[in-house]
Every structure is written in structure tokens, then in C-alpha cells.
Design a protein around this ligand. Structure first.
Ligand code: 13P
Ligand code: SF4
Length: 346
């Protein structure tokens, strides 16, 4: 069963997801043990993105960013992958591991960024630039991935662009803030699609300035999808923010940073689910969100009760038609070959 993310309206999706949760039996107190037993019986691996609810992160076999989870899916010898994340992530796992059963606990877990571009938009650019190279952020549907030359995540986007021969025209899609960041750090001439993630776009320059004013000595970690990325980097050039204490990183890069930092307070500009991983890794640093409103409603659809149902009822299977998957696999495999796993952006 698949869903068309472009026609999924956020409000309807949230309502459906809540209703589905209410219809489920009460969560047993030993739900985490049941999840582990069911997963062992089916040779299933549970992958969870860094934005998952804390309980879901804690029960998973692996927690990580988009690139790390794609690499784990590709290398896994499990028969079943239960993807606790959003739909494009589960689709990417299916593209990389076509013989495995890939389950997502709620099919309504879409992504506003992935829904911000259509296949026709990509084809239109390609028609106008027959020798150009199209780079797609992994937050895209399988149908888009099948039309592009190479995919990337926030962890390796700049490295992917640097791997393209100089002089080629480049189209980067669909995130305008990540695209602007990649253009800035690589110095390449890039056409950028004006899409955005509604959660990260709303972490605004004014949120950033207010949080920084209240915490002038804190370090700052910014996800490149944020609406405040350009402001953060501008403030490093004016001296309002020390360059050495400001990092633009994927969620995996933030986790690596948290492992080693000695800072007493760190401000974090991304979806707030990441705070659980950061605090678990390092309890002597105070990790604070730049915006407490930055909560992805799609990510939060994956609840413990739905994860348990996923394993008991074998739902919801994510499928990608084989022709689309074969074309998309080339661009996704290029993505997982580029960039060091622990680099986490720049
Ligand atoms: P990363 O985990 O790759 O940083 O991506 C964040 C994201 O937007 C997932 O939806
Ligand atoms: Fe998509 Fe944004 Fe949610 Fe990530 S945080 S899944 S980009 S809507």
C-alpha cells in the first residue's frame, strides 16, 4: 500500500492519524518487550530517525539521521525493516533493499518538504538544461528520485555538489534554505527550487535573535533546512556570533557534536525530537531549543502503539514499483557513496 504525499493535506492527515491512535487498544506496560520479541521472531530491524518520540527512539535498534539510516538499511541482513520515520525515508529503504519487507507504522507520516515539488517541475528544468545535473535532497518521493542524477542529505549535500564537474549547470531541489547554504559553501552557480519544510522554515531569524540575546555565551547548532540559517551565518560575519561556536549540521552531525562538547549551554535550531538524543549522550551540557514550536506533526505520528501494531499486524508495507525503484536506486546509491558518515554537514 502506498500514499500520494502530494495530495495529503496536513490537517486531514493529523486527524486521521489521531483517530487511528484512539482506535488502538491501550498500550500494554510491557510494550517495549513485546516490540523486541516480535522483531526478533521476524528478524526485523527497527530504525528510528532522530526526530522520533523519545520512547520510540529508546526501543529502536538504530537511531540516526537520514544518511546513516539509509546506509544501515542498505547493509542490513534483516528480513524486515520497520522504519520509524516519515514516508520518503521508508521508500528510500525499500529502494535500497528491494527484497526486504519495509514497514512504516503510520502511512500518513508524510513530509511538507517532499510534497513541495512535482515530477513535472524536474522534467521542465531538465528540458531547458539538457546537459545540467539535478541534485535532489533525500526528502523527495521515489518518483522524483527516479528523475534526478544524484540524491543527497543535509549531511553530505556540499560534498555531493563538489563531486559534480566544474562548469556543469546544477539544479538543487527541493529545499531553498539547504540549497542556499550549499551554494554558499561550495561557491557553485546553482538553480535552487523554492521549497521548504514548514517546521524548519518557521524557526525564524527573530526566534534566533531572541534566544541568542537571552543566552549570549551559548554555542549554536543550526540545521540547514532552517529559515534562520542565513541569519546565523550573517551574525558570525558581524561578530554578533563567534564563528567557532556556530555550526550548521545535519541531525547526525549534532549528535556527534554533543558527544564531545564541553560547552555549558548549546542552542539547537531544528525539530525538538533531537534534544532527547543530545541529552542522553551528554548530561553536563544544557541543550535548549531555539524554537520550542519546532515539532514535526508527521514525525510524531509514529507512536509506541502504532509501532507495536506494525509488528503484530505487519502494517503498513511500503512498496515502490520496480521500474521507478531501479531508476531511483542509481541516484540514492550515489548519495550513500559520497561523504564521510560522521561529517554531519558543514
Ligand atoms: P537529517 O536527519 O538528514 O539531518 O534530516 C532532517 C530531516 O529533515 C528529516 O526530515
Ligand atoms: Fe519533512 Fe520537515 Fe517533518 Fe523533516 S521536519 S519530515 S523535512 S516536514
Amino acid at each position: 500500500m502506498t500514499t500520494d504525499l502530494r495530495t495529503t493535506d496536513l490537517r486531514d492527515a493529523v486527524a486521521r492519524s489521531l483517530e487511528a491512535e484512539q482506535r488502538l487498544p491501550a498500550l500494554p506496560t510491557d510494550w517495549a518487550d513485546q516490540v523486541h520479541q516480535l522483531a526478533a521472531a521476524r528478524n526485523a530491524v527497527i530504525l528510528a530517525h532522530n526526530y522520533m518520540l523519545p520512547d520510540v527512539q529508546d526501543v529502536a535498534d538504530h537511531v540516526g539521521d537520514s544518511l546513516a539510516l539509509s546506509r544501515i538499511a542498505a547493509a542490513s541482513d534483516a528480513d524486515v525493516i520497520v522504519f520509524c520515520g516519515v514516508h520518503f525515508m521508508a521508500e528510500t529503504a525499500k529502494i535500497l533493499a528491494p527484497s526486504k519487507t519495509v514497514l512504516i507504522p503510520d502511512l500518513d507520516a508524510g513530509c511538507s518538504l517532499a510534497a513541495s515539488i512535482e515530477v513535472a517541475d524536474v522534467l521542465a528544468w531538465k528540458t531547458g538544461h539538457p546537459d545540467g545535473v539535478v541534485v535532489a535532497y533525500v526528502n523527495t518521493s521515489a518518483a522524483i528520485k527516479a528523475e534526478v542524477d544524484v540524491c543527497c542529505t543535509s549531511s553530505n549535500a556540499a560534498d555531493v555538489v563538489r563531486s559534480i564537474p566544474e562548469g556543469k549547470q546544477i539544479f538543487f531541489l527541493p529545499d531553498q534554505f539547504l540549497g542556499a547554504h550549499v551554494r554558499r559553501v561550495t561557491g557553485r552557480d546553482i538553480d535552487v527550487w523554492a521549497g521548504e519544510c514548514h517546521v524548519h522554515a518557521e524557526i525564524s531569524p527573530s526566534d534566533l535573535r531572541a534566544t541568542l540575546a537571552a543566552n549570549p555565551d551559548a554555542d549554536l547548532l543550526v540545521h540547514p533546512e532552517c529559515g534562520c540559517t542565513t541569519t546565523a551565518l550573517y551574525l558570525t560575519t558581524t561578530g554578533d556570533l563567534p564563528a567557532g561556536r556556530t555550526k550548521v549540521l545535519s541531525t547526525g552531525g549534532m549528535v556527534e557534536y554533543a558527544r564531545d562538547t564541553k560547552a555549558s549551554r548549546v542552542l539547537v535550531a531544528t525539530e525538538t525530537g533531537i534534544l532527547h538524543q543530545l541529552r542522553k549522550l551528554n548530561d553536563s551540557t544544557d541543550f535548549m531549543p531555539v524554537s520550542a514550536r519546532a515539532v514535526c506533526p508527521y514525525m510524531k505520528m509514529i507512536t509506541p502503539a502504532k509501532l507495536l501494531r506494525s509488528l503484530t499486524d505487519n502494517v503498513f508495507e511500503v512498496d515502490v514499483d520496480p521500474v521507478t525503484a531501479a531508476r531511483a536506486r542509481q541516484s540514492v546509491e550515489r548519495m550513500i557513496e559520497i561523504g564521510s558518515p560522521s561529517r554531519g554537514g558543514e
